[in-house]
Write a protein that binds this ligand. Structure first.
Ligand SMILES: Cc1cc2nc3c(=O)[nH]c(=O)nc-3n(C[C@H](O)[C@H](O)[C@H](O)COP(=O)(O)O)c2cc1C
Length: 336
């Protein structure tokens, strides 16, 4: 079964196809963006649990790019070492690890910071006060992402996931609901992404992977539809290795939830863009992990909350499928 077998991306080989979805843990102690012992235990335990690819939570490229003051950051060099400690320990367990680089845009709730977005909208949806970004600020943020990418490389990460989903800054540029600029960044809503990818590729090693998490629909008649997101991805396809397919977040609206509710979107993007995809969203049942891959909805399958509930779900699935030999020997007796 695909779930339990090795899978190779352009350069990175994973021991299996289970991914830990990025999840903010709000566990930074001194609002300094530094990873703590909590983060070490949290991520390394999932590696012991044989998750093939771990994606570290949304990590701010600037202090005001964090969602909260308790989020991780990668805007200065002191933040490299505690992340490297996690990366090294995850590698010791044979798993790969990526970091989600993020700027929260108008959704940032950090205190004592100025907030901004592509456009200031009439309906502010209870966000903190924010202003429209100048072109200079747009270029500064792109440089901040680039510098964070250099630090991510120094920390030893195997991949970068750009957070282009859930209504944060990159998604705010892509969506017509949140980008109402009249300059070139509004006339071509993909321009921010294109410039970002160019700059990151200028520093991110070719032998490492780079991908994006997208919201494949805004669930709104005037917002992004799957075909719009596909068109964007086709424009930048050569600069991406993978697409992590999520949905929603730029405006608050009711999302039709059911098990595996975003898998159809992952399949459509996989087929029409021709890049591998990560499927995610209410995939809790082992049978769904397996069938999402066997039925070609996606190439990798990610879990968020189920891996919070059960870091060792992979060990249970290995046992159930007569693959106990893949369980680490220290834990083997628990699964005999
Ligand atoms: C506590 C928590 C924190 C999250 N933080 C992030 C994040 O940092 N970046 C992100 O892209 N999505 C984030 N998400 C969304 C998850 O990555 C995932 O897409 C979502 O939970 C659906 O998957 P699930 O049903 O397997 O949990 C978060 C979700 C949870 C529950």
């Amino acid at each position: 079964m695909k779930l339990f077998n090795e899978y190779s991306l352009r350069t990175m080989t994973l021991k299996n196809r289970l991914v830990m979805a990025p999840m903010c843990m709000y566990q930074v102690v001194k609002e300094d963006g530094l990873a703590t012992d909590f983060h070490f235990a949290h991520y390394v335990s999932r590696a012991i649990g044989q998750v093939g690819l771990i994606i570290v939570e949304a990590t701010g490229v600037t202090p005001n790019g964090r969602i909260t003051d308790k989020d991780l950051g990668l805007w200065n060099d002191s933040q490299i070492e505690p992340l490297k400690r996690i990366v090294d320990a995850v590698h010791e367990q044979g798993s790969k690890i990526a970091i989600q680089l993020s700027h929260a845009g108008r959704k940032s709730m950090t205190k004592n910071c100025e907030h901004f977005a592509p456009s200031v909208l009439e309906s502010n949806q209870n966000y903190m006060p924010y202003k429209e970004m100048s072109k200079e600020e747009i270029h500064e943020i792109i440089t901040d992402f680039k510098e964070a990418a250099i630090r991510a490389d120094k920390a030893g990460f195997d991949g970068i996931e750009l957070h282009g989903a859930h209504g944060y800054l990159l998604h705010e540029f892509l969506s017509p609901l949140s980008n109402q600029r009249s300059d070139e960044f509004g006339k071509d809503r993909n321009l921010f992404l294109k410039e970002l990818l160019n700059e990151i590729h200028s520093v991110w090693p070719r032998e490492k992977e780079l991908w994006i998490r997208v919201s494949a629909t805004d669930y709104h008649e005037n917002g992004l539809k799957p075909q719009d997101v596909i068109n964007t991805l086709l424009e930048v396809k050569d600069q991406l290795d993978l697409v992590h397919v999520s949905s929603g977040g730029v405006i608050s609206t009711k999302i039709p939830l059911k098990d595996g509710y975003q898998l159809d979107l992952a399949k459509e993007i996989k087929e029409k863009v021709g890049l591998p995809t990560i499927g995610v969203g209410l995939i809790n049942d082992p049978n769904l992990f397996i069938s999402a891959l066997e039925d070609d909805y996606c190439d990798l399958v990610a879990s968020g909350r189920e891996l919070l509930r059960n870091p060792f779900i992979m060990l249970e699935m290995l046992k159930t499928n007569d693959l106990s030999d893949k369980i680490p020997f220290s834990y083997y007796r628990a699964y005999k």
